[in-house]
Design a protein around this ligand. Sequence first.
Ligand code: UD1
Ligand code: CA
Length: 452
Amino acid sequence: MSNLVAVIMAAGKGTRMKSKLPKVMHSLAGKTLIEHVLDMVEQVGVERPLVIVGHGRECIEACINKRAEIVVQTEQLGTGHAVMQAMPYFEDDQTILVLSGDQPLLKAETLDALVKLHQEQGASATVLTAYLDQPFGYGRIIKDGEDLVKIVEEKDASSDERKIKEVNSGTYCFKGSALRETLTKITTQNAQGEYYLTEVFDILLKRKEKILTYCTVNSHEAFGINSRGQLAEAEKIVRTRILEHWMAEGVTIVDPASTFIDADVELEQDVTILPFTRLSGKTRIEEDAVIGPQTSLENCIVGRGSEVFNSVARDAMIGERCHIGPFSYLRPGTKLGAEVKVGDFVEIKNSWIETGAKVPHLSYIGDTHVGKSANIGAGTITCNYDGLKKHPTKIGDHAFIGSNTNLVAPLEVGEYAVTGAGSTITKNVPAKALAVERNHQVIRENWHREKI
Ligand code: UD1
Ligand code: CA
């Protein structure tokens, strides 16, 4: 959309959150509130929105990482004062879309419709409104028929005004010139002693300028987050939206009530998600994979047709047709080829397990490269840490590591090599060799004595 400038207000502390973090840095479905707002603004075609920051500005700046122009509001004197800081950044003939960083549930299509209405009707200002059953805390929209009379804050409202259920969503469009001329005239004469952005409407109305209201179809969209309770409510709404989206895209979610999927997760057709499963961060699950029950994956890729059952994985890549679980733990840097099996009570960290290899039971594999079709026996431990440094292990293709082997790194076991069960291997094993490190078994005949 041309000639559109977006201003996102995010300088407030969010006192009602009672948090060390600035409010817009709280997380919703795996993404900060400010990132949700940036996403929707980008979707309506604004490339570089202005973000007004103050409290916790360093961490907000680090999070939004060049996606926006940062404008600092050193003292937080109210929403009107916040937008004043943006004045040098817009022109009189531009449309200014103003949003709050604490309103992550708005949809891009609603913003699009708001901007279109505002521009097509040539309005000086348009406010996005919503009907809420519980409007407490929001500014109320006072109308005479269809015409806006004023926007009144909860704290300034009369008891009759408080009964009104149409609220100010905190999202607006302004003609640049109208905003510039009125922002300089607003005062702090109100219950909170702040510069309210909403006072701009009083001035514009007195000047008989064209003001419009545009009501959202879906009242959830106006939902603003001021407290942890509201954050949890928003989470519920976003979660349902995400689950419904993926089901509509051809994913089976057996029990939506116990399934948690973050906003940036990607799922392909015919994926099945079983109950009590959480997919977070930038996880991607490819076609026909079955995940769960009771599985938690963060920033993982799971290949086509793989099964991950009762397991936990983070920053791991799982190839096609793998079988993971139950009770596997894949830690950062794990990369599994196709048709790999990782079974119960196996922990893998920073390791590459190639196609067809198996680690079926009770093992720790760290800083290791396991070759194709190698078999790692139950209870195998790579002793990768000497107390000071981590060391690598390399296991060749088709190697067979006997049960309960300790592989003391740095170590290489060649292709087709075998280690005897119970061995502690400290020296490299050549290809095709057998390495056994064990005392000879002693037999004492008739050792058993009857109790007297
Ligand atoms: C505001 C509106 C209210 C509306 C509600 C919708 C005003 C006066 N009131 O109230 O009518 O119903 O949003 O959610 O505008 N901010 C700054 N600098 C400041 C003050 C605030 O950047 O000096 C930012 C905050 O960080 C926040 C946003 O502006 O992201 C809104 O501020 P907040 O204090 O949450 O306003 P509300 O009381 O919710
Ligand atoms: Ca708010």
